[in-house]
Ligand binder design. Structure first.
Ligand SMILES: NC(=O)c1ccc[n+]([C@@H]2O[C@H](COP(=O)([O-])OP(=O)(O)OC[C@H]3O[C@@H](n4cnc5c(N)ncnc54)[C@H](O)[C@@H]3O)[C@@H](O)[C@H]2O)c1
Ligand SMILES: N[C@H](CO)Cc1c[nH]c[nH+]1
Ligand SMILES: [Zn+2]
Length: 427
């Protein structure tokens, strides 16, 4: 991996330049995506067929996956995969149940009731990636929190396949998807945002995807809600001399193999570890089935940062704000307070990132490209919204009217003042 050394400021400047170059390359993607969205808005299902042919090499016979196809998937699925999906489902549910938020009612002031309702979003569209790999785990990660939140209509979209990996369809049925449509990429996001003849317009779109999917979600935000920017995967590893170089290399590759645009970054205070990880990366890459993708990711976007102190390691990693952060150090939990920005944190030499991708129950739909500074992991909270409510008795209005009208007049909004006065006069 390309190695960066120097002061925190010098390394930070190089990372900023890297990021600027990456963003520049995104301009083309922005244009492609906006033209796809316009075409889907104008032409609905026929635009979806055009893009299916162009990007996925096939036009599905029907957009909606039939009940028969889903039922057949239960016959076809490897029983070991079904069992593992069921275990993962139980872990995801038990973790996400902690996120359920209750409303409240406040009656502390005489004649006044104030409160907040927590209401599920009605129609949600979930994106499940399927370009170069199948992601049944992402079905569970999207849908189970939505179910726990009480979302009544959940529409899943995923790129068309000649033969679906049965685990995708089984995961959808196990977790309670309403309908599945075979459409991927930016066109799927546009279809969910605007609706087509077949696909319903939803209120919010969640889920991860490649750069086209992530850009499309950014562009339709406002027309619909979105969860976050969950684009090409990223892993940041903070490791000291206590780390096992082979483990670190394996974890970096676990995310590099997702996408040639994936980013794997090691920050260490040990030159010996950095050298050993580089060696382990070359060895492990040789036999990796997705070597071509992982190699491009590591060569283009991989970085090894060597710095002096533990505080510098955390300062630089906070600057990067990675999707996943591993702390490969003895007593890793003691360093948790040093983390300011990361989507999901993995502590210690044995907590490899794929534990979170598949099994621990924490969510793997996570913010990328530095957006963990302001976005969180997908959760039950993404599938609800809050409505406030207020009740004032006639007496309570009388008591408050002076303050309210004073503020209204101070804003030059006499109509507001009159709406209070008209009630106060009658008290
Ligand atoms: N951040 C997260 O939480 C998270 C979680 C899981 C996966 N991921 C990421 O999801 C992505 C999965 O990517 P994928 O490609 O396998 O599947 P995908 O479903 O995201 O994308 C495939 C679709 O991209 C579109 N596409 C491909 N090339 C195109 C082009 N040149 N122009 C326009 N559209 C094009 C096609 O419509 C295709 O169906 C990876 O980047 C992975 O890292 C992220
Ligand atoms: N690492 C991905 C999130 O960036 C999630 C995933 C699903 N399957 C395997 N990995
Ligand atoms: Zn992964």
């Amino acid at each position: 991996m390309k190695r960066l050394t120097g002061t925190v400021q010098e390394i930070s400047d190089v990372l900023a330049a890297d990021y600027a170059a990456y963003s520049q390359a995104q301009n083309d993607v922005d244009d492609i995506v906006s033209s796809i969205i316009s075409n889907v808005r104008a032409n609905g299902d026929s635009a979806l067929a055009e893009y299916a042919q162009k990007f996925d090499g096939m036009i599905p016979e029907r957009l909606e996956v039939s009940r028969e196809t889903i039922a057949r998937a239960f016959d076809e699925i490897d029983p070991a995969v079904l069992t593992a999906l069921e275990h993962a489902k139980a872990n995801i549910e038990s973790y996400h149940k902690h996120q359920v938020e209750k409303g409240f009612v406040d009656t502390e002031t005489d004649g006044v009731v104030r409160g907040q309702l927590v209401l599920p979003i009605e129609k949600v569209g979930v994106y499940v990636p399927g370009g170069t790999a199948a992601y049944p785990s992402s079905v569970l990660m999207n849908v189970l929190p939505a179910k726990i939140a009480g979302v009544p209509e959940i529409y899943m979209v995923t790129p068309p396949q000649v033969n679906f990996n049965p685990a995708i369809l089984v995961a959808a049925a196990l977790s309670g998807v309403t309908k599945i449509y075979q459409v991927g990429g930016a066109q799927a996001i546009a279809a969910l945002a605007y609706g087509t003849q077949t696909i319903p317009k939803v209120d919010k779109i969640t889920g991860p995807g490649n750069v086209f999917v992530a850009t499309a979600k950014k562009q339709v935000f406002g027309q619909v809600g979105i969860d976050m920017i969950a684009g090409p995967s990223e892993i940041g590893v903070i490791a000291d001399a206590s780390a096992n170089a082979s483990y670190v290399a394996a974890d970096l590759l676990s995310q590099a193999e997702h996408d040639k645009l994936a980013r794997a970054i090691l920050v260490t205070n040990s030159v010996a570890l950095a050298d050993a990880v580089d060696l382990a990366l070359s060895e492990q890459l040789e036999s990796l089935p997705r070597k071509a993708i992982a190699y491009e990711s590591i060569v283009q976007n991989g970085r090894t940062i060597v710095t002096d102190t533990i505080d510098d390691m955390f300062a630089l990693m906070n600057d990067i704000a990675p999707e996943h952060l591993e702390i490969a150090m003895d007593n890793a939990i003691e360093y948790l307070p040093k983390v300011k920005h990361a989507g999901s944190i993995f502590l210690g030499h044995f907590t490899s990132e794929p534990i979170g991708d598949y099994y621990a129950g924490t969510n793997h739909v996570l913010p990328t490209s530095g957006t963990s500074r302001f976005y969180s992991a997908l959760g039950v909270y993404d599938f609800v919204k809050r409505s406030q409510f207020t009740y004032y008795s006639q007496d309570a209005v009388a008591k408050a009217s002076k303050d309210i009208t004073t503020l209204a007049y101070s804003e030059g909004l006499e109509g507001h003042a009159r709406a209070i006065e008209i009630r106060d006069e009658q008290a």
